[in-house]
Write a protein that binds this ligand. Structure first.
Ligand code: G6Q
Length: 549
């Protein structure tokens, strides 16, 4: 039976009819305990979800929904290594990568932990050797530049975290992330490098992704052109892959290949050797602190009752807006500059996981699934697209993220920053009534006529939902907690929507399509095999491109 035909779904729908006419302003006015009721704290992490269009009944119905979806059992199945990614027949065990206990994690009767620990040891050895200048290039010089060549899950996570934990990063080393097959990306990067001080990490779970393979070959060619010594490759190229053979065939020494496993999805893999750039940047102790933070969130997720469970609450609020209010989007608005890549990272994590139309039984769903995730640094976005959130015709639930301390202790900066976080979420909730707007205009000395004309534009409806996620400092431990929090939120939503959050056939399609057309671009012959638009575009390109390109 489709979820939307269940009793609990209908109860939520009926409840929505009651809530949608209510304003959060009145909800706050009528309940002084609202913040205490609708906020959760875990260590130094606070989730304030009181500025949502909910009351106690809403939450109780939503908790009932998640119980009926059998979440408790699904959590066990995931952590216990069942093959819950049924379309690829794979287990989903990224949590094993950050299992900091001495408990085994069994997969088909075998404990995966010895292999996980062996890889962590290998990561530590490389990270320390590079950081301590013991890893030397062919000419005896230490590494100054680390270049990650990978795309999607093999790039976004490491890039986001390396950036986010910059204050913990080694200062005299530069990190580059090349993902686009557009030659500008690799060429612009190579321009900044010297072969003798560069370390390339070729990150590809499959080691067949065309974009990555091409960028890796170009990097290798550039290196050999400058160095002219094949044996020097060993000191400048390492790989991370589940396909060791292909990495070795590419020319990477077997001892320089770090392992990945098919039970780790690309977008969930930054905890593995895919996180090498992070480990080199922040050092192994900090990398492990990040794993500790994620493990702590795993334990919280596994053991806390749903009512006190941060990922579960976040997931349910998302369902509330997505499926009952008809919201199409979810904004991610970090106020910490170091989280500037978080929206891009979550776009993949969320949309690749829950952008699905077919349920676990193979039927097309008759309800909305994953939302469009978008976002930007909050302060920058305030001067750009917040207009639409405040006064547009769409409902856009938003997550605000902010750290309580900064690293440079420049008080004015941080106070101004935080005052914006508090002011924006308050304004989005309260809005500005006609009376308040009119009073403001009167104060500015406008005439009655002018006020009447301007008033409609100066009114803010408010009632815009936000979560505020605040933490003491953006340290490695907190970073681990935050990422794991979002991973589990996505998982919970996938369970409620009855979809497989761990495959990505849409991405696979992209990998196949271009290969076919590529052969048609070799010669100058016009093509006719496609629809008229595709034919037209290909032929225009062929005609306009410089000869011999
Ligand atoms: C992630 C996706 C996808 C993948 C890239 C790169 O979950 O599967 O983003 O990470 O397509 O794939 P490779 O690591 O195999 O090159």
């Amino acid at each position: 039976m489709s979820m939307i035909k269940t009793k609990i779904w209908k109860a939520l729908q009926a409840h929505y009819e009651v809530i949608c006419g209510q304003h959060m302003r009145d909800m706050f006015a009528g309940d002084r305990e609202r913040f205490n009721k609708f906020s959760l704290q875990h260590n130094n992490l606070l989730l304030d979800y009181s500025k949502n269009r909910i009351n106690e009944e809403t939450m109780s119905l939503l908790f009932q929904l998640v119980r009926e979806a059998d979440l408790e059992n699904w959590i066990k199945r995931m952590f216990n290594g069942e093959r819950i990614n049924h379309t690829e027949k794979r287990a989903v065990l990224h949590t094993a990568l950050r299992n900091r206990s001495d408990q085994p994690v069994m997969l088909d009767g075998q404990d995966v932990m010895p292999e996980v620990r062996a890889e962590l040891k290998k990561i530590r050895e490389l990270a320390e050797a590079v950081r301590q200048r013991k890893w030397r290039g062919f000419s005896g010089q230490p590494i100054t530049d680390v270049i990650n060549i990978g795309i999607g899950g093999s790039s976004l996570g490491p890039e986001m975290v390396t950036d986010a934990l910059r204050p913990y990063g080694i200062h005299d080393m530069r990190f580059h992330f090349v993902s686009n097959v557009d030659e500008n990306h690799i060429m612009d990067t190579l321009e900044l490098l010297k072969p003798e001080t560069s370390l390339f990490i070729i990150s590809s779970k499959s080691f067949t992704t065309q974009d990555t393979m091409l960028n890796a070959s170009t990097a290798r060619r550039w290196f050999l052109k400058n160095v002219d010594d094949e044996s020097a490759i060993n000191k400048h190229f390492v790989a991370v892959s589940a396909n060791t053979r292909a990495a070795v065939e590419f020319g990477i020494a077997e001892e320089n290949v770090f392992k990945m496993w098919d039970w780790v999805g690309g977008r969930y893999s930054l905890w593995s050797a895919i996180g090498l750039p992070i480990a080199i940047s922040i050092g192994m102790e900090h990398f492990e602190a990040m794993l500790d933070g994620a493990y702590e969130m795993d334990q919280h997720f596994k053991t806390q009752p749903f009512e006190k469970n941060i990922p579960v609450v976040l997931a349910l609020l998302g369902i509330w807006y997505n499926n009952f209010f008809g919201a199409q989007t979810q904004a991610v608005l970090p106020y910490d500059q170091h989280l500037s890549r978080l929206p891009a990272y979550l776009q993949q994590a969320d949309m690749e996981s829950n952008g699905k139309l077919v349920d676990r039984q193979g039927a097309t769903v008759d309800y909305e699934t994953g939302p469009v995730i978008f976002g930007e640094i909050g302060i920058a976005a305030q001067h750009a697209f917040y207009q639409l959130i405040h006064q547009g015709s769409k409902l856009i639930p938003a997550d605000f993220l902010a750290s309580i301390t900064d690293f440079h202790c420049i008080k004015e900066h941080h106070r101004v920053l935080m005052s914006n976080v508090f002011a924006q979420t308050e304004a989005l909730m309260k809005g500005k009534s006609e009376e308040d707007a009119a009073a403001e205009l009167q104060k500015q000395g406008l005439s009655e006529k002018e006020i009447k004309e301007l008033l409609p534009y100066k009114v803010f409806p408010g009632n815009k939902p936000t979560n505020t996620i605040m933490f003491r400092t953006l340290d490695p431990h907190t970073m681990g907690m935050l990422i794991a929090m979002y991973e589990h939120k996505i998982f919970v939503q996938g369970i409620i929507w009855n979809i497989n959050s761990f495959d990505q056939w849409g991405v696979e399609l992209g990998k196949q399509l271009a290969v076919k057309i590529q052969s048609e671009l070799v010669d100058e012959q016009p093509v006719t095999a496609h629809d008229s638009s595709t034919n037209g575009l290909i032929n225009f390109y062929k005609e306009m491109r410089p000869k011999n390109s």
